[in-house]
Design a protein around this ligand. Structure first.
Ligand code: G3P
Length: 226
């Protein structure tokens, strides 16, 4: 499973990137609107951090098919081959998918809330679909089940489209979609840190430290090889 960072905050990306096996970044208009007005600069910094290797999924702001394809082309020229055009799950967006793919542009269809939406995007040739887990949970639906249904559908129909589950508020949701076979998740940097946390891990390390220094004071294990 791939882990992506759902943020355009380059400072927090920089803090986390050296530690986690991150496969890329995702943004949407809301995420970019929280950062500098200089979107070009933000994207350039994200590109520098991606170093041509990590994926950058950036969402188009256009609504109609021709404009979606034009924006996707321009964004790909700007970002490079690791760019994925995030295209909204609309009628116009659906039509844009094969047109983008014909131009060699990777497509991630976003704002997915049902398995049928995902299947349509997959049949149209999307590389990824992004179902919104927490937003589904918040309307008394079941985001994790929707992810599972999409994974199953793609398997039944032998589609190469991958599920990039999005919109998480807690570790359990991330774990649940991981166990359902989601191919990728995108999480904010705070939640990414929480994926590691367990108080017993911290306690165990404290205990190791206490026991070791009681016996060997400030020596390291490698000092004792000499
Ligand atoms: O990538 C989509 C995601 O950003 C939506 O998440 O937390 O706004 O529901 P959220």
């Amino acid at each position: 499973m791939k882990i992506l960072l759902d943020t355009a905050n380059t400072k927090s990306i920089e803090e986390i990137l050296p530690y986690f096996p991150i496969a890329g970044f995702t943004t949407n208009p809301t995420i970019l609107s929280k950062e500098s007005e200089n979107v070009r600069e933000t994207l350039l910094k994200m590109m520098e951090l991606a170093n041509g290797k990590l994926m950058i999924h950036a969402q188009v702001t256009a609504a109609d098919t021709a404009a979606i394809v034009e924006q996707a082309k321009e964004l790909k020229q700007f970002i490079g081959d690791n760019f994925y055009a995030k295209i909204p799950m609309t009628l116009q967006g659906l039509r844009a998918i094969p047109l983008c793919k014909a131009q060699g542009i990777n497509c991630t269809v976003t704002a997915i809330f049902t398995p049928m939406q995902a299947l349509m995007a997959g049949l149209a040739g999307a590389d990824y679909v992004a179902p919104y887990v927490d937003r589904l949970d918040n309307i008394t639906s079941n985001g994790v089940n929707v992810v599972k249904e999409i994974v199953d559908l793609f398997h039944i129909y032998n589609l190469d489209t991958q599920v990039l589950a999005a919109s998480f508020k807690n570790v359990q949701q991330v774990y649940n979609v991981a166990s359902m076979g989601a191919h990728a998740v995108t999480v904010n940097t705070d939640l990414c840190m929480k994926l590691l946390f367990h108080p017993y891990t911290d306690k165990s390390l404290e205990d190791f430290e206490i026991d070791w220094s009681a016996r060997f004071r400030n020596q390291e294990i490698t000092d004792l090889l000499k």
